[in-house]
Design a protein around this ligand. Structure first.
Ligand SMILES: CC(C)(COP(=O)(O)OP(=O)(O)OC[C@H]1O[C@@H](n2cnc3c(N)ncnc32)[C@H](O)[C@@H]1OP(=O)(O)O)[C@@H](O)C(=O)NCCC(=O)NCCS
Length: 158
């Protein structure tokens, strides 16, 4: 099969990625803006909530292109955050980040994944639908600033 995002490497997130992840997240208004401790917590194998995280880097330069974080509570899992830097969007990186996490989650016993997204976030909704997520429900006025409904999406992991 052709590589859907040639020129990018996907790997697990490491502690020294956190500065870049914070900078990337802060450059995208739609991305969740977690504090540093939350990302560091994702990398803690003893944390109460088990999380898997990964980053995409440009193969030639090592520049951070994107990242994703999911939580695992088998047999369920949740994609909590995914973001691709503006200059690298629409090159297949978001899809590859999710597929990397989805296969790791399935390997660890998850059979389905959920996520919440603002109803107005068309780019993210388009990505999730292209990856096989389907609508499982809505949460009215779930988000603040601006107030908005959340769409809950679900995907079966194989
Ligand atoms: C959502 C996001 C992660 C997508 O990342 P990406 O690397 O651009 O996505 P991909 O290139 O893998 O796109 C895969 C498919 O998703 C759909 N898609 C992605 N972006 C799209 C857009 N702007 N318009 C229409 N469809 C889009 C398309 O079907 C696309 O396949 P195609 O390019 O072959 O048509 C990125 O836009 C982003 O970081 N947005 C800001 C942060 C955010 O909203 N995160 C989600 C909320 S937590």
């Amino acid at each position: 099969m052709n590589d859907p995002a040639p020129g990018f490497r996907i790997r697990s997130m490491a502690l020294n990625d956190v500065d870049g992840v914070l900078t990337l997240a802060s450059s995208l208004p739609e991305a969740p803006h977690w504090p540093r401790a939350a990302y560091e917590g994702c990398l803690d194998p003893h944390a109460v909530v088990r999380r898997l995280s990964c980053v995409a880097e440009e193969a030639t330069t090592g520049v951070l292109a994107g990242f994703a974080v999911a939580s695992l509570n088998s047999p369920q899992s949740e994609l909590e955050s995914i973001a691709v830097a503006a200059e690298f969007q629409r090159r297949g990186v978001g899809g590859r980040l999710w597929r990397f996490l989805a296969s790791a989650l399935a390997e660890k016993g998850a059979s389905e994944a959920f996520l919440e997204v603002r109803v107005s976030n068309r780019r993210a909704l388009a990505l999730y639908r292209s990856l096989g997520f389907t609508e499982a429900g809505r949460r009215p006025r779930y988000y603040a600033d601006p107030a908005e409904d959340a769409v809950i999406l679900r995907c079966i992991l194989r």
